[in-house]
Design a binder for this molecule. Structure first.
Ligand code: ATP
Length: 196
């Protein structure tokens, strides 16, 4: 079974593309959603986060104190990097366990926004990068999240430039609204099946 990573900057359309793969029966691990779950339910990770950011990182009901955590990591870059250094390996390990229990499928997809930035890309057979023009990504995220173009642009600037990701990719899906996403996904699906 092939282990495929799928990534792309904020608003590039990773999740949208993964939903199409799912309709073809391909199992998908959504690393960013799973990270949020693990940060609350994995005791070792919870303790590491409390040691790094303080016990106030969690509310009395055990949920993550998002406002407090965001305040801490935006003020101090070393804390943001420290949190990533704790969370990314834990999610990558959980993702590999997920692949191990998949059974008899030709390939599975691991979707994450920061696959290159975290170094996690090394554990996959192939990487798919989803890309779209920056203005379109901003427009889509503003519409999806009700945020401002400036806030989206700031997040884009904190990520590896899309052009670098495209250069490193094994497969590229161009989600510029001009290409048929379904056709692009089908093409890569068949290329991957040929390599199994
Ligand atoms: P994030 O990194 O923020 O999780 P993402 O890369 O997973 O983003 P999506 O959530 O898939 O991106 O897409 C961003 C928004 O753009 C969504 O609201 C989605 O419905 C919309 N979108 C994505 N692709 C297209 C498209 N080809 N045409 C129209 N809307 C699209």
């Amino acid at each position: 079974m092939l282990r495929i990573g799928i990534t792309g900057g904020i608003g590039s359309g990773k999740t949208t593309v993964c939903k199409i793969f799912e309709t073809l029966g391909v199992p998908v691990y959504y690393a960013d959603d799973r990270a949020k779950w693990l940060m609350v339910h994995e005791p070792k990770l919870v303790n590491q986060i409390k040691s790094l950011l303080g016990t106030e990182a969690y509310l009395p009901d055990g949920s993550l104190n998002r406002q407090y955590v965001a305040g801490k990591i935006f003020k101090k870059n070393s804390l943001r990097l420290g949190l990533n250094a704790i969370v990314h390996p834990a999610v990558q390990q959980d993702g590999q366990q997920w692949f191990n229990q998949l059974g008899d499928v030709p390939y599975g997809l691991y979707e994450a926004a920061l696959l290159y930035e975290s170094g996690g890309y090394q554990s996959f057979d192939f990487i798919i990068v989803v890309t779209a023009p920056e203005a379109l990504r901003i427009e889509r995220v503003v519409k999806r999240d009700g945020t401002t173009p400036e806030a989206v642009a700031a997040r884009i600037n904190s990520q590896m430039p899309e052009v670098e990701k495209v250069k490193k990719a094994d497969f590229v899906i161009n989600n510029d609204g001009q290409h048929s996403l379904i056709k692009e996904v089908l093409k890569i699906h068949h290329q991957l099946l040929d390599r199994c």
